[in-house]
Ligand binder design. Structure first.
Ligand code: FAD
Length: 481
């Protein structure tokens, strides 16, 4: 521990007392490794202020002492975004004690939640007021509002409600100089220059620490219908989605699943069963939802799917007849990553391309990868309607994880990203850059975009004290001087 770090820890203790400082290695340990277990960091302490004012005081002290900090919420980042550097040069700045939901206003359709509020807690609180926060994802039991804002998280309802960028009406944050940006007022119109709220959304903790957010709520779901369809190709899947969108504005999830991935779920995840009697090359999971208790969503989906079968777009389909069956369909979708992991090591890519391009991309990129790396299996699943799939390349049968990650996976990842860029897409659709994709962003990011990111970072945080080594590398890229 450096003398400056010791000073900061003592200052944090003076500001917030015992609960604001954790130095016991046993308590710090679980927060040093990322969710996937790929990165391991070192941090001499976790600082946990209880309020925006305490956070601002700690950040001012960190700046004066030149000590780096890593903002951390639920630590569910998929890109090593909240893991401190391995050299112990940063302290973790956790939002775990900022867990108040400051307000829920059903009539205004808005909640103000502090950064450490867990997503599932917000869901429950909104439901208690007859409302819902329409963003959900697999890590909802751990991911925090601050983390979701800072990664511009997406999930399975983006199709209808957008990512966090659309759902965040205001942001309160402590900037790297210790000043407080109060953007919670959620103005419909505000043209005072650059939009600082939007700049902080998706900044991955590199421009300061979000302390609270104003979030858009919509009426709670009163009726929902969930269906599963088997079809021949991603092209047919997208055509089906377009038909559904033309017929109704209630479709909020439309998830594509390759037949090979479904087979892995049935093989590896206990209690799952095939949703349809026959085998199909591709499947989609569809959810329609409404705040109207009398909406006839199951009937609507049945009619639409019957017409799609008639038109030759869909081979077979079923609408869930009970909540249990609907949940069983979702369990298959939510188990895809776990099932793929059981089948062996894989290089996983969270990518997007323009929606109309995605069907062809999924088929052609998979063929190109399998051709270039014999024995591998490549396929994408997920949010087809957002132009975002999780594109996985599985190692050849029998290859050890060690050999795969050392010899083949990096080249496979480069090839996937090259294909994505050639298709006009993004190497990070919803998980962010973190430390995992920093090198690839520097390799592939358009120079104008990289230069702008570096200029913004060095204007906000010239000393590079906020989340060093993530998203933007001032040292390697050359700081604006
Ligand atoms: P952390 O992991 O703690 O931090 C994430 C990043 O945000 C880091 O860079 C960190 O420094 C920064 N950060 C955290 N809190 C703050 C703050 N208050 N102020 C400033 N910076 C901060 N993402 C999707 O978009 N869609 C999905 O469908 C999806 N599914 C997932 C499923 C699983 C099982 C898991 C584990 C993750 C999934 N994710 C998904 C990733 C998702 O982005 C993160 O789970 C979530 O957004 C991060 O929240 P967190 O509180 O865990 O943040």
């Amino acid at each position: 521990m450096t003398p400056a770090q010791t000073d900061l820890i003592e200052t944090a203790h003076r500001i917030g007392g015992d609960r604001a400082v954790t130095t016991d290695p046993a308590d710090i340990g679980p927060w040093l490794t990322d969710w996937r277990g790929r990165y391991r960091g070192v941090a001499p302490a976790i600082l946990s202020p209880a309020s925006t004012a305490e956070t601002a005081e700690i950040v001012r002290a960190a700046r004066n002492l030149g000590v780096a900090v890593v903002p951390q919420g639920g630590n569910t980042s998929m890109v090593g975004g909240a893991t401190p550097p391995a050299d112990g040069s940063a302290l973790i700045l956790s939002t775990r004690r900022m867990r108040a939901i400051r307000s829920i206003d059903a009539s205004a359709g808005q909640a103000v939640a502090e950064a450490g509020v867990i997503l599932a807690t917000l869901h429950d609180a909104a439901l208690g007021e007859g409302m819902r926060f329409p963003l959900t994802l697999g890590a909802r039991g751990s991911a925090t509002i601050g983390g979701l804002v800072s990664t511009n998280a997406g999930g399975t309802q983006v199709l209808r409600f957008g990512t966090m960028r659309r759902l965040v009406a205001g942001v309160e944050a402590v900037l790297p100089d210790g000043s407080v940006h109060d953007g919670l007022s959620a103005l419909k119109k505000d043209n005072r220059g650059y939009d600082l709220n939007q700049l902080l959304i998706g900044a991955e903790g590199t421009l300061g620490i979000v302390t609270a957010a104003a979030l858009t709520l919509v009426p709670a779901v009163r009726t929902r219908a969930v269906a599963w369809a088997g079809l021949a190709s991603p092209d047919d899947a997208l055509a089906l989605l377009r038909r559904l969108e033309a017929a109704t504005d209630t479709i909020e999830s439309f998830e594509i699943v390759p037949g090979s991935s479904l087979a892995l779920v049935i093989e590896h995840i206990p209690g799952t069963r095939m949703p349809l009697p026959g085998r199909h090359d591709w499947h989609v999971l569809i959810e329609a939802a409404s705040g109207d208790p009398h909406a006839s969503l199951a009937e609507m989906l049945e009619a639409q799917l019957a017409a799609a079968i008639e038109a030759g777009l869909v081979a077979d389909a079923v609408v869930a007849v009970s909540e249990a069956q609907a949940e069983a369909f979702w369990r298959i979708r939510d188990s895809l990553s776990e099932a793929e992991r059981s089948a062996g090591p894989a290089a996983q890519h969270d990518i997007s391309v323009p929606v109309p391009v995605m069907p062809r991309f999924m088929v052609e990129a998979a063929a190109a990868l399998e051709g270039a790396f014999p024995g591998t299996h490549a396929s994408g699943f997920g949010h087809l309607g957002d132009g975002n799939v999780h594109f996985h390349v599985r190692a050849p049968a029998g290859m050890s994880a060690e050999r795969w990650y050392a010899e083949m996976a990096p080249a496979a990842t480069r090839m996937v990203h090259d294909l994505v860029v050639a298709a006009g897409g993004s190497i990070s659709a919803e998980h962010g850059i973190g430390q995992m994709k920093l090198g690839e962003l520097e390799r592939l990011g358009p120079p104008s975009r990289l230069a702008a990111i570096r200029a913004i970072k060095s204007a906000f945080d010239p000393a590079g004290l906020f989340n060093p080594g993530k998203l933007v590398n001032l040292a390697r890229g050359g700081a604006a001087t």
